[in-house]
Design a protein. Structure first.
Length: 355
């Protein structure tokens, strides 16, 4: 039996981009969706490349192994980097990160990767979950307009990065070509109320952070590992003013977190929360770590974290190498619901003084 995990989606235009350092107060709106196949004018259309953190398939659970189809399209598109700034991204399916691929251990996975006609460069896909030459990268190098396919068996449960691995590898990854593949263990994962998809990456631009207009890449900065931007889900404000994470008091949350890189190790932390469980290094089959404040994730690595939302408020996702916050690495988890003064309480005098 074949099951399509996702289809090649259309691209949208981001009308008002958010700046993550503007304390989340800027309004955000979206223009109507423009199909990816729409003819280009004199300049390339600017699309919304941000992957919504809630955009991922639901749990697989108890089903047995089956045959699964995965379709990817590599595209080179002009995307909204920040308020008033654009960048030429390279993507899987017009979003950063690429689609969340969800399979089960011992599934047989048929992968087809097409490089869009409008691309300039060759691209491929290397799945860290694949046992085979280049993780599939050796057999999927595709010139513009070409399609390549391969099949693999998902024999190792866990959470893994995938990325483009055409040389120079770091350039393709930095420009947005990364995502996560989850291989669920037999029986699935423990139930939670909400799941989110967050991947950290870096850009190395020829203009400093905050510059307006069309921003280009700087290969010297890339080789020297001096990023101008460190981002969640591809853009400044992606998880603040664009699509923050949302939950309610009493709900349990799981964040699938990866680092596309290509260079920086992340110290992932949620300000105001303690991770009840951490599935370190993407390992889903051994006992998770408990009561963790900050977890380290290497470039090309991943983890899953879980916690219960006990009180309402805004909880801030960061890389706790906190200088990176000034380069855009920040997200919001907005939790709604009744106060829980037994867990967190602000005396009336203090609350009044803060108004």
């Amino acid at each position: 039996m074949n099951r399509r995990i996702f289809a090649m989606g259309s691209a949208g235009v981001l009308a008002v981009a958010g700046d993550a350092l503007a304390h989340g107060t800027a309004p955000h709106g979206r223009a109507p969706v423009i199909p990816a196949s729409a003819p280009s004018a004199a300049a390339s259309p600017v699309i919304d490349i941000v992957r919504d953190p809630s955009d991922l398939p639901g749990p697989i659970g108890q089903r047995g192994p089956q045959r699964v189809r995965v379709d990817l399209e590599t595209t080179e598109v002009t995307g909204q980097l920040a308020d008033g700034a654009t960048y030429r991204y390279w993507t899987f399916n017009n979003k950063v990160p690429g689609p969340f691929v969800r399979v089960r251990v011992n599934d047989t996975v048929d992968v087809t990767m097409r490089n869009a006609d409008g691309s300039v460069h060759s691209h491929n896909v290397d799945f860290h979950a694949v046992t085979g030459p280049g993780g599939g990268g050796a057999v999927t190098v595709a010139a513009p307009g070409e399609s390549k396919s391969f099949t693999f068996k998902a024999i190792n449960p866990g959470l893994y990065i995938y990325h483009c691995a055409v040389a120079p590898h770091a350039q393709h990854i930095s420009n947005g070509m990364y995502g996560l593949i989850l291989v669920e263990p037999e029986g699935g994962l423990p139930r939670v109320d909400r799941e989110f998809y967050v991947v950290q990456g870096e850009l190395y631009t020829d203009q400093p952070f905050g510059t307006k207009g069309e921003i280009g890449e700087d290969l010297d900065r890339l080789l020297d590992e001096r990023p101008t931007h460190v981002l969640f889900n591809g853009a400044v404000g992606a998880l603040t003013t664009h699509t923050p994470l949302k939950a309610k008091v009493g709900e349990t949350v799981r964040i699938f977190f990866g680092v596309g890189g290509p260079n920086l190790t992340s110290s992932f932390h949620v300000i105001g929360e303690v991770f009840d469980k951490v599935y370190s290094m993407g390992d889903l089959t051994t006992k998770p770590l408990n009561n963790v404040q900050t977890t380290t994730v290497a470039p090309g690595g991943a983890c899953a974290v879980e916690f219960k939302c006990e009180v309402p408020g805004r909880f801030i996702l960061v890389d706790h190498a906190l200088s990176r916050l000034e380069k855009g690495c920040i997200g919001f988890l907005n939790v709604e619901g009744p106060a829980n003064p037994e867990i967190f309480n602000v005396p009336a005098r203090t609350a009044s003084a803060g108004r």
